[in-house]
Design a protein around this ligand. Structure first.
Ligand SMILES: Nc1ncnc2c1ncn2[C@@H]1O[C@H](COP(=O)(O)OP(=O)(O)OP(=O)(O)O)[C@@H](O)[C@H]1O
Ligand SMILES: [Mg+2]
Length: 416
């Protein structure tokens, strides 16, 4: 694999680098001058994002560091070693141990070999001497971008979160059928995770009623995750789709700690090509973390005023939380050509193009759910053919000639 060059990273569109998402940075304890350099640097290069500038050091336990730096973990932490060398070394060690995927760059005015070696021992992979040069920083970040690209090539599922503009829009119907079609018609290794804290329907819709453990137990035990442990959570569908079901009417409210979702999916994504998440509706911290972490967010709506109003609320909320709008796609379910609200009116209201429309075919949907196998319904059901087309676009294999067939420009839209 060729190392990435300065020129590659400088190109702000196209190239492999952009295909694998921007490199995210967090500054810790940076002096004014370095902070300013980082700000100008990230403003000039869209494929590098400065996630946050933390003014002081923290050296609490790993979980709080994960929460502090945000999810998903940043690609790079830039730590200033001048203000408090001891605290900086401690925070570097904690990040190094807790987030092996995060590169740590030391920034310091001390250029003695001993200082550099000490910082390397603390887990820093780069040592940048002040005043930090723009090109020096760019090259160091490019090396991280190159490693990110390599890791992605090994195995790294696309994470797709499906969330209803309100309850009952059809999220569980769509994810179960899409998941089964991705696994069978398109032979993609696919996992579906039902994250409803209670009354999740995915197991029922797939006719899989026997299971011992559920998604919340998995997330709560993310520190025990290994392949064997994971196996006890998986329920296998005849299509080849794996499911981690939701709890069934628990007696107490389940709460997921910040950072736990990211840790769990960091592990799960290594074993799959696609992970679909059935998320309960709502604008809350847990859903925000999930949406931040996901590669794509599919907001499922129907052509009703209350649902469309919530699509707009989601968009406003996500803008306020600085979440990229590009990865949010609107799926219009139960679409009818002669609807009271036209597609044009919908797009005007939601200030966004409808990404995909799924026809309203209640009888077919119910038949497929009762039969538990969408593939068997492909010849007779328009809605299953529609979802199979969508699964084909989402599950396109790289190097296939689907690009030429991409009449909607959707692959470009998905940035894949
Ligand atoms: N394309 C469709 N055409 C007709 N009916 C549909 C379609 N999609 C879903 N439905 C029906 O809509 C109802 C709600 O669907 P579903 O349970 O998938 O929604 P949900 O968003 O998961 O709901 P919840 O918020 O309760 O989790 C079901 O009765 C389902 O059969
Ligand atoms: Mg549901």
């Amino acid at each position: 694999m060729n190392p990435m060059t300065l020129r590659d990273i400088g190109k702000n569109s196209g190239g492999d680098f952009s295909l694998h998402g921007p490199v995210s940075l967090v500054g810790i304890g940076l002096d004014h001058e370095t902070g300013e350099l980082l700000r100008r640097f990230t403003e000039a290069i869209p494929m590098i994002r400065c996630r946050a500038l933390q003014h002081d050091y923290r050296n609490e336990n790993h979980d709080s560091i994960v929460g502090w730096l945000g999810a998903p973990s940043p690609d790079v932490c830039l730590i200033d070693f001048d203000k408090d060398r001891h605290a900086a070394a401690q925070v570097a060690e904690i990040i190094h141990a807790a987030l092996p995927g995060t590169a740590i760059f030391a920034v310091s005015s001390q250029a003695q070999p001993d200082s550099i070696i000490d910082a390397m021992r603390n887990g820093c992979s780069e040592y940048l001497v002040k005043p930090v040069g723009r090109d020096e920083l760019l090259n160091a970040v490019a090396r991280v971008g190159g490693r990110k690209r390599e890791t992605k090539h090994q195995h790294n599922a696309q994470i797709m979160t499906f969330i209803g503009a309100k309850g009952g829009c059809g999220v569980s119907t769509l994810v179960t059928q899409l998941g089964a079609l991705l696994a069978s018609s398109h032979t993609r290794k696919t996992l579906l995770v039902d994250l409803h804290p209670d009354f999740g329907d995915d197991a029922l819709y797939l006719g899989l009623t026997k299971h011992r453990y559920h998604s919340f137990e998995l997330v709560e035990n993310n520190d025990r995750l290994d392949s064997e442990f994971l196996q006890s959570f998986l329920v296998h569908h005849s299509s080849g789709l794996d499911l981690i079901p939701a709890p069934e009417g628990e007696e107490f409210t389940r709460f997921i700690l910040p950072g736990a979702l990211a840790k769990t999916f960091d592990f799960l994504r290594r074993s799959y090509e696609f992970i679909l998440i059935d998320s309960p509706p709502g604008l809350n911290d847990q859903n925000l973390e999930l949406m931040r972490y996901s590669d794509h967010v599919f907001l499922v709506t129907v052509a009703e005023v209350s649902a469309l109003r919530n699509v707009v609320r989601h968009a406003d909320y996500l803008i306020q939380k600085q979440l990229s709008q590009e990865k949010v796609h609107v799926l219009l379910n139960r679409h009818q050509k002669r609807s009271l609200i036209s597609d044009g009116e919908i797009e005007k209201v939601i200030r966004k193009k409808i990404f995909w429309k799924i026809p309203n075919q209640y009888a077919h949907v119910v038949k497929t759910i009762n039969g538990g196998n969408p593939v068997a319904q492909l010849s007779s059901s328009e809605v299953m053919r529609n979802l199979n087309d969508l699964a084909g676009i989402l599950g396109r294999k790289s190097g296939s000639d689907d690009k030429r067939k991409d009449a909607f420009g959707i692959l470009k839209f998905l940035n894949r």
